[in-house]
Ligand binder design. Structure first.
Ligand code: 13P
Length: 342
């Protein structure tokens, strides 16, 4: 059950409704300045505040009607919320013009979880409520927080699963109290040699502990978004899993652990190639089996990398980069409807 007032529950459900639209997904472009360093370095562009602004302005000023056809929400980094285009228009105003709901990453990144073997937790709970209240005033209506879990013979440990479940639950209840819909992201990483069955086992354990903990914190399940990885074999595992097998394992993990009260499950791309991220999402969304939740994408790299390569920091490349970004968004949208031809 929830302790939240009916009016607050209704407000959260309204935000969810604006985000969960058939054929639309979310764009994650909340990379921190230090993550942008790596990406911009690859295209030979200096990692300055202005260049990060120019890059995001390129994405958000792509054709209005196509943008809003495929994307319902965009996750921003703090810096982007307060940036303006070279003509003085707030970047989040470009999103509003495209009928897109702005969201904000509120975690402050991964830190070592002392007492667990090389595992991580996520910090940022201090003063989270004040930050959420401010972001809400400044036009954001949903938030994101990511915890990660690494698979090895001895991990994720019980300590990591329980600690991160509490961190995610506390984050979610603070955001809901500040009238923001939390995206809860327990990302199970696919580094390593494990097979797909081990990934299934870990997804089931992590998600069942997470939902038990969300219930203990009385998080309002109808007012949240779950963001997960697909169930894949490790990147160092030589077995080649078919999209069908990935879909079957992913849905098995979700059916066994995620209550139907959750209004949407959005997948992250997690370093999959552009084509895998489309084909696998399509197989999951076309899978014939119990799927009580809408399913969609919340992609970072799989929506952006090709466009960034085309952009290269050069004003002249903007139209081509935008066309590539919109083509990726269209493909992901078709995959979310299970309509991509195999
Ligand atoms: P990727 O789709 O690149 O994995 O990023 C999604 C994201 O927001 C991770 O937190």
């Amino acid at each position: 059950y929830t302790e939240l007032e009916p009016a607050l529950c209704q407000e959260l459900r309204k935000i969810v409704e604006a985000l969960v639209v058939p054929g639309k997904g979310l764009l994650a472009c909340d990379e921190s300045p230090s993550s942008m360093e790596k990406r911009l370095d690859e295209i030979g562009v200096e990692n300055t505040e202005n260049n990060r602004r120019d890059y995001r302005q390129m994405l958000f000023s792509a054709d209005k009607s196509q943008f809003s056809k495929y994307i319902s929400g965009v996750i921003l980094h703090h810096e982007t919320v307060y940036q303006k285009t070279c003509d003085g228009v707030e970047l989040i105003e470009l999103l509003r013009q495209r009928d897109v709901v702005p969201g904000i990453k509120v975690d402050k990144g991964l830190v070592p979880l002392f007492g667990a073997k090389s595992e991580k937790t996520t910090e940022g709970l201090d003063s989270l409520q004040e930050r959420c209240i401010q972001y809400k005033r400044d036009g954001c209506h949903f938030t994101k927080w990511r915890c990660t879990f690494a698979i090895s013979d001895s991990t994720p440990s019980q300590l990591a699963m329980v600690t991160n479940a509490h961190v995610l639950a506390r984050y979610a209840s603070i955001c809901q109290s500040a009238r923001m819909v939390p995206i809860i992201e327990p990302e199970i990483l696919n580094d390593g040699e494990h097979g797909i069955n081990r990934a299934l086992e870990v997804h089931e354990e992590v998600l069942s502990i997470l939902f038990r903990t969300l219930q203990e914190h009385h998080v309002y399940l109808e007012g949240m978004i779950l963001k997960v990885a697909m169930v894949l074999s490790g990147i160092k595992n030589s077995a080649n899993c078919t999209p069908q097998l990935i879909a079957e394992h992913t849905l098995t993990a979700l059916q066994r652990t995620v209550p139907p009260a959750v209004p949407v499950i959005a997948f992250l791309s997690g370093g999959q190639s552009d084509s895998d991220s489309v084909v696998n999402l399509n197989a999951i969304c076309a899978y014939e089996g119990t799927k009580p939740w809408p399913l969609t994408f919340c992609y970072g790299r799989a929506l952006q990398l090709a466009a960034m390569q085309a952009w290269k920091g050069n004003e002249e490349n903007v139209p081509e980069a935008q066309a590539i970004f919109l083509e990726r968004a269209k493909l992901c949208s078709e995959a979310a409807s299970g309509q991509v031809e195999p």
